[in-house]
Design a protein around this ligand. Structure first.
Ligand code: HEM
Length: 439
């Protein structure tokens, strides 16, 4: 289970059906489900009865303080309403320019690397997406060295939290050995770097980034967020947004490396919609096929392979009893691969998401961004980010998977490629598609 929970839960789903109980670590009852009716009930219809799991709130809250990821009830609702504004259409249009500038800078570095030889795309894409999210939050002037400090801290602290969760018996040792303190100090250093930007912004002209949204937000009594709350909300957005899009992009490039037909259609679409121009938010709805491909990649490799909740009071859905205090594991990967809801679930088929096939889909079986009121706040931002990076990479480069490598998914918090994904990138052969078509 610790080595590969996706494999184990998939096997149990096959053996015991779409909803079953087991005892987490032999102690705590958990209900695992891929049943869309149960999922809809837990995530949406009766969402008020379900909180984020204790693990997330307690362990993450220790390092990340209070924020969207670690609060419940009214405080969460209020923050969610205020922060949502940072991800609306108008704000995403404004963020497009910051994102493009950040990408252009990251691509200069990427170009230097790929000229030397093959690269593992996972860390490369992670660097790209992290810089983009960090600059969308703290503005275009966020320095490279500060991005590095914060990014290293988040990666290291996140791994530590996973160790604390998977090996809870080591927690007393972490305290005695000073490991806990070292991680706390690291977090404090990253905090002080970001706090500098927050304090400076209070005396500067407003920016058009997410930091400004957080600072301008007002509660019903007219008060704004304290600097400390702005900091912890920003840190939580960085944590939630740093590894997800890069993950999705890595699997997407991997899938495309063996599908020249799809690649060609995507390039055609970019070419006819964008020409040589950079992509911005207004273009997103004009790229239907590429969007289908991304949704299909997110189905096969959902970055969050599961989401969990804890029942506040006894509940029942259909014939499933959910006692108070039990954990419900929405097995996202299982729902995405269920033969009951997807024909040939293991095959990569973007046509599933074509408009004409919309009616064939069962609600709450495709959940890359979760569902209900606590679904991903950054979903539209993520789609914009993925399309922006993909459009630049595919117009600039041809790429090939290095043969003979083992590609395997490692389900930690995120479904990462276990051994990375190595590829070569060469300058794309200039294609004048209109000329080719006319010929
Ligand atoms: C492909 C990219 C992404 C995927 C697949 C993804 C997936 C998810 C999922 C499944 C959840 C729900 C978790 C749950 O119900 O427990 C979630 C929540 C969240 N996501 Fe994303 N996410 C992505 C990108 C982003 C980005 C770019 C940001 C921010 C810049 C972000 C910020 C958040 C936040 C703050 C939450 C918590 C919302 C709340 O509890 O109110 N995500 N995400």
């Amino acid at each position: 289970m610790a080595a590969n929970p996706v494999q184990v839960l998939s096997k149990y789903t096959e053996l015991f059906g779409d909803t079953f109980r087991f005892y987490l670590g032999g102690i705590k009852e958990a209900i695992v489900t891929t049943n869309p009716a149960v999922i809809q009930h837990v995530l949406k219809t009766n969402a008020d009865n379900y909180q984020k799991s204790e693990i997330q709130v307690k362990r993450m809250g220790h390092f990340l303080g209070k924020g969207l990821l670690t609060t419940h009830g009214e405080p969460w609702k209020t923050q969610r309403r205020l922060i949502q504004k940072g991800f609306d259409r108008k704000q995403l249009e404004a963020l497009s320019a910051i994102m493009q500038d950040s990408l252009a800078e990251s691509l200069r570095d990427f170009d230097r690397q790929v000229r030397v030889g093959p690269v593992d795309i996972y860390p490369q894409l992670m660097k790209m997406t992290f810089a983009m999210v960090a600059r969308s939050l703290f503005g275009a002037k966020l320095k490279d060295e500060d991005i590095d400090v914060v990014s290293n801290t988040i990666c290291t602290v996140q791994e530590f939290i996973v160790r604390q969760t998977l090996q809870p018996y080591l927690n007393p040792w972490f305290e005695v050995s000073g490991e806990l303190r070292r991680h706390e100090e690291m977090r404090a250093r990253a905090d002080s770097v970001l706090m500098e930007y927050i304090k400076t912004r209070r005396h500067q002209a407003p920016g058009n980034d997410l930091l400004q949204t957080l600072m301008d937000a007002r509660y019903s009594d007219g008060e704004g967020m304290s600097d400390e709350l702005v900091l912890s909300e920003s840190m939580q957005l960085l944590v939630a947004g740093h590894e997800t899009s890069s993950n999705a992009l890595s699997w997407l490039l991997y899938l495309l490396s063996s599908r020249p037909d799809c690649l060609e259609r995507i390039r055609e679409e970019f070419h006819s919609v964008l020409g040589d121009a950079p992509l911005s938010f207004g273009d997103v709805s004009r790229l239907p096929f590429t969007t289908q491909v991304i949704l299909e990649a997110l189905r096969l490799y959902p970055p969050f392979w599961m989401v969990d909740r804890m029942a506040v009071a006894d509940d029942r859905v259909g014939d499933v009893d959910i006692p108070r205090g039990s954990t419900v594991i929405v097995f996202v990967y299982g729902a995405h691969h269920a033969p009951r809801y997807w024909e040939s679930p293991e095959s990569f088929d973007p046509e599933r998401f074509a408009k004409a096939n919309e009616k064939l889909q069962t609600p709450f079986t495709h959940l890359p961004f979760g569902g209900g009121p606590r679904g991903c706040i950054g979903g539209h931002y993520a789609m914009l980010q993925i399309l922006m990076i993909l459009s630049d990479l595919l117009r600039k480069y041809d790429f090939q998977l290095i043969p003979g490598q083992m590609i395997e998914a490692r389900p930690m918090v995120i479904l990462r490629p276990k051994h990375g994904i190595r590829m070569t990138f060469t300058q794309a052969i200039a294609r004048d598609r209109h000329a080719i078509i006319q010929e």
